[in-house]
Design a protein around this ligand. Structure first.
Ligand SMILES: Cc1ncc(C[n+]2csc(CCO)c2C)c(N)n1
Length: 228
């Protein structure tokens, strides 16, 4: 079994918890509280900005053009394509996308991005890939789960979101990251592979926690009213 498939198998428990989370099931049913969607978009917009910085660090550590190309493709996707599912959420709640930009990250999203930045700064390319991989991989599988579980049609309020993540493009982005990670894992020592395993699992945990953060509208203990 490939290293990436081993990681997927070891983290089946978290994937399953993500699929059953009320936010995800709510997308499937077409019923997510407006406040949860607002909280999600505010955090995800800034999360994705920071995520691109992580890819930038990975580019600065790349030794060849094939790695640069791979990270560049992921940035291009976040920058130019991932606005579509955000817009689907915004249209459903009748709030403009611009209004939800520029907010500070709530604790869990802050933790997630700092976890990524830690591996980006401390690790080699293999470790960075392991930390990044659950982002597209869990979303692709969420898309497929919802597509198969709810069979949404074009009149479903979140059809564009579900279709976007269940699509071959996200599958392809995940597959190239898996293949590259497997190549690095083949040459890695046992301790390096252990670090990759830990980075991957913690990112899976934080993917679950991110949905929960949005659903429960998690906030910092002392927040000032009206301060962005
Ligand atoms: C918290 C959070 N996790 C994952 C994604 C989805 N995502 C992030 S990057 C990427 C592909 C490029 O690597 C995908 C599909 C998100 N939007 N927000």
């Amino acid at each position: 079994m490939s290293f990436s498939n081993q990681l997927r198998k070891e983290n089946q428990d978290i994937y399953q918890s993500i699929f059953s989370h009320p936010f995800i099931q709510g997308i499937g049913k077409g019923e997510v509280p407006k406040e949860a969607l607002i909280h999600y978009i505010k955090a995800d917009y800034e999360y994705l900005n920071a995520f691109m910085h992580v890819y930038g660090i990975a580019i600065s550590k790349s030794q060849g053009r094939d790695d640069i190309q791979l990270f560049n493709e992921q940035i291009d996707f976040v920058l130019n394509s991932e606005v579509h599912p955000h817009n689907n959420f915004c249209e459903q709640i009748g709030v403009s996308y611009e209004e939800l930009q520029g907010y500070p990250l709530p604790p869990t999203a802050d933790h997630y991005i700092k976890h990524m930045l830690f591996h980006a700064h401390q690790g080699g390319i293999g470790e960075i890939l392991a930390a990044l991989l659950p982002c597209p991989w869990t979303y692709y599988e969420i898309g497929v789960e919802l597509m198969n579980g709810y069979l949404p049609g074009p009149d479903h309020p979140f059809f564009p979101w579900i279709e976007f993540y269940a699509d071959a493009e996200v599958k392809g982005l995940t597959a190239v990251l898996c293949e590259r990670l497997d190549q690095y894992a083949e040459r890695a020592s046992e301790s390096e592979k252990q670090r990759m395993r830990e980075a991957f699992r913690k990112s899976c945990q934080l993917e679950y926690a991110f949905w929960d953060m949005a659903y429960t509208q998690e906030r910092w203990p002392c927040e000032k009213e009206g301060v962005k």
